[in-house]
Write a protein that binds this ligand. Sequence first.
Ligand SMILES: [Zn+2]
Length: 97
Amino acid sequence: MEKSQLEIIAEHLKDSGALSQYVGEAAPPEHETAYALCDIIESAAKLVDEIFPKLLQPSDGEIYRNALEEFREEMRHISYHIRESQYLSVVIDTVAS
Ligand SMILES: [Zn+2]
């Protein structure tokens, strides 16, 4: 049986020791982080491959506004996974104001 990308990433995260400080938290940190990374990459791919090209195309106002809204929704999804991740949330916590 072929491993999913999520399983592969979780295994690599565990082997790397990068998340050792988060061991003992509610969920195994490699699973939570792998899930966040996979979902973020999925949204990033959608932004690059589907939504950004729409913003480059000439279109009427409504189509353009819809594409822009799709862009924002993917950013919301990415932002959610950053905030929810023990490992990734430091990106937000350390942003200078
Ligand atoms: Zn998600």
